[in-house]
Design a protein around this ligand. Structure first.
Ligand SMILES: Nc1nc2c(ncn2[C@@H]2O[C@H](COP(=O)(O)OP(=O)(O)OP(=O)(O)O)[C@@H](O)[C@H]2O)c(=O)[nH]1
Ligand SMILES: [K+]
Ligand SMILES: [Mg+2]
Length: 523
């Protein structure tokens, strides 16, 4: 009966069914072809001041010695000036800074070398060819350096995603969000949650053991049909394991800790959409009647001639999408066809596409011609798009919409009494730029609400994260309903498995392929 408590805790921590949590000890995953030494240009392509070429793998030290004079390895992690030459011909290639990172204290965890050479294309290709001639070296595949870092436990999967996002970050908000993920905030959170589940599992397994060994009276363990209800005291027996466990994780605490976990998961899941928007951009759709100046506004906001502007109504037919940085937030701005009826089949299709895009919008930028508010097209747009957006939908929220009255330069000076019933709006002139600052300010507020604060807000940036947290939450639901302890324990293992998968433990090859294909060669 007195089976060691720590055996139980540690068995729960490992569990026969529990995939290993990704810790700094390595992901347990072996990068494809990881025996070879790889090399690549890690800085950008093209002529530049300095280019960085690096290697990773067991032959890195030999490669460094083969190309440099003097041939001794420089002190670890110290930049040294060396003459580089081709090991086959002895032909000088460049005078460069070289660095030696013996593993495991390197980015990949393997022996690594870096060559900071002058960034001319001939120098770069000369050094790459020289490296290729060293036995045991081959060019790296896209993302292979990071893949090795993951395989050696230098980065968890969420940190790898953060790194990919940081490289692709185009706005300040994206950079902040990616840096937080690279810093391991999401991974740490998951590991903390997994630890809670491990303790709860230890507790359940202690009970299972006790009942097996001591023929515990029936009904004691499943009070109310739920493992949440049972506590040692209620059975009248004090199982020694439970008493011991209670020192670090008393039964009543287990109950409330797992409940707290459910609440925390729910909060993060509710915020998931915002985190994903921040990563890939909020969908901002510019819509309005023909000739209101929609394309002019898209060009103004994106600071480039994305769309054709002309005095002819019906100029824009297709949806034109362009990524923009709006006041520090990423957005996908869509220009659409002017909404009107009684047009030919091509424009009709444009109108259909515009309406479809409106349904998917996170934010609508509704544009009207301020000098033409009484026209049938303007009135129709107000009635069918602007006014309905202000009404609450069944889940209590409203469609976000900013009403912009463009061409304010055409209004008689001092005229602000445009229309008494008009919903709140902003005046703008795409022609003179007047009102643009006010519009950007309003956009910033809307986008901040849509995307959350990148420094403190949502942490789930991909649908993959959402999927695993939902899976974890569902498993906790099963735990609560479990009729026997074996099922309850299994539900906890499933819940914990989802958290483990999120950080990369037991990750399947396909998931890894998808994540690593985001990287360029040399990263
Ligand atoms: N005076 C004035 N003219 C403007 C302003 N903005 C746009 N225009 C003009 O209005 C006309 C229509 O502009 P577009 O940007 O093509 O309008 P649109 O809404 O995209 O038009 P469609 O694609 O045909 O639906 C063009 O001749 C623009 O130069 C403005 O602020 N003031
Ligand atoms: K037009
Ligand atoms: Mg247009």
């Amino acid at each position: 009966m007195w089976r060691g408590l720590w055996t139980l805790v540690s068995r729960a921590a490992r569990g026969p069914h529990s995939p290993r949590l990704c810790t700094r000890q390595g992901s347990g995953y072996r990068a494809p072809g990881s025996g070879a030494t790889i090399f690549a240009l890690s800085s950008g392509q093209g002529r530049c001041g300095i280019a960085v070429i690096r290697t990773s793998g067991p032959a890195s030290g030999h490669a460094l010695q083969s190309l440099t004079a003097p041939r001794d390895l420089p002190p670890a992690r110290k930049a040294c000036l060396r003459l580089l030459s081709d090991p086959r011909s002895g032909e000088p290639l460049d005078r460069a800074l070289v660095l030696w990172f013996p593993g495991p204290q390197s980015f990949t965890g393997e022996d690594c070398a870096e060559f900071h050479v002058h960034g001319g294309p001939a120098v770069v290709s000369g050094v790459l060819q020289a490296l290729g001639s060293v036995p045991g070296l081959r060019p790296a595949e896209a993302g292979e350096f990071t893949r090795r870092a993951f395989a050696h436990g230098k980065l968890s999967l969420t940190e790898v995603e953060g790194l990919a996002d940081l490289i692709h970050a185009e706005t300040e908000a994206q950079r902040r969000q990616a840096l937080r993920q690279l810093d391991g905030e999401l991974g740490d959170l998951c590991r903390g949650w997994a630890e809670t589940l491990t303790k709860a599992l230890a507790h359940v397994e202690a009970y299972i053991d006790f009942s097996e060994d001591d023929n515990l009276e029936e009904g004691v363990l499943d009070q109310g049909g739920s493992p949440w209800g049972w506590e040692a005291e209620t059975s009248g027996i004090q199982p020694p394991q439970v008493l011991l466990l209670s020192l670090s994780f008393p039964p009543s605490t287990a109950d409330s800790e797992v409940r707290k976990l459910e609440v925390a998961l729910g909060v993060h899941l509710r915020d998931a959409r915002r985190g994903q928007r921040l990563r890939s951009g909020a969908h901002v759709v510019v819509a309005g009647p023909p000739n209101a100046g929609k394309s002019s506004l898209v060009n103004l906001l994106s600071r480039k001639p994305v769309s054709i502007v002309s005095p002819e109504p019906g100029t824009t037919r297709d949806v034109l999408e362009t990524p923009v940085d709006l006041a520090g937030f990423p957005a996908l701005l869509s220009d659409t066809a002017g909404l009107r009826e009684g047009v030919g089949p091509v424009e009709q299709e444009g109108v259909r596409r515009a309406q479809k895009r409106l349904e998917q919008a996170d934010l609508i930028l509704a544009v009207l011609d301020a000098s033409d508010l009484a026209s049938p097209a303007s009135c129709n747009f107000l009635d069918t798009v602007v006014i309905p957006a202000g009404a609450r939908n069944p889940n209590g929220s409203r469609q976000r919409l900013l009403l912009v009255l463009n061409k304010s330069d055409l209004l008689p000076a001092g005229r602000s009494d445009l229309h008494p019933d008009l919903p709140s709006h902003l005046l703008l002139s795409c022609l003179t730029g007047e009102g643009l600052d006010g519009l950007l300010e309003a956009l910033k507020k809307e986008l901040a609400a849509l995307c959350g604060d990148p420094s403190t807000g949502p942490l789930l940036t991909r649908s993959r994260h959402q999927h695993h947290l939902r899976g974890c939450l569902d498993a906790l639901g099963q735990y609560k309903q479990a009729k026997d302890l074996a099922l309850a324990a299994e539900a906890l293992r499933v819940a914990r498995g989802h958290l483990s998968h999120l950080t990369g433990g037991g990750g399947t090859e396909e998931i890894l392929d998808i994540i690593f294909q985001d990287f360029c060669v040399g990263k």
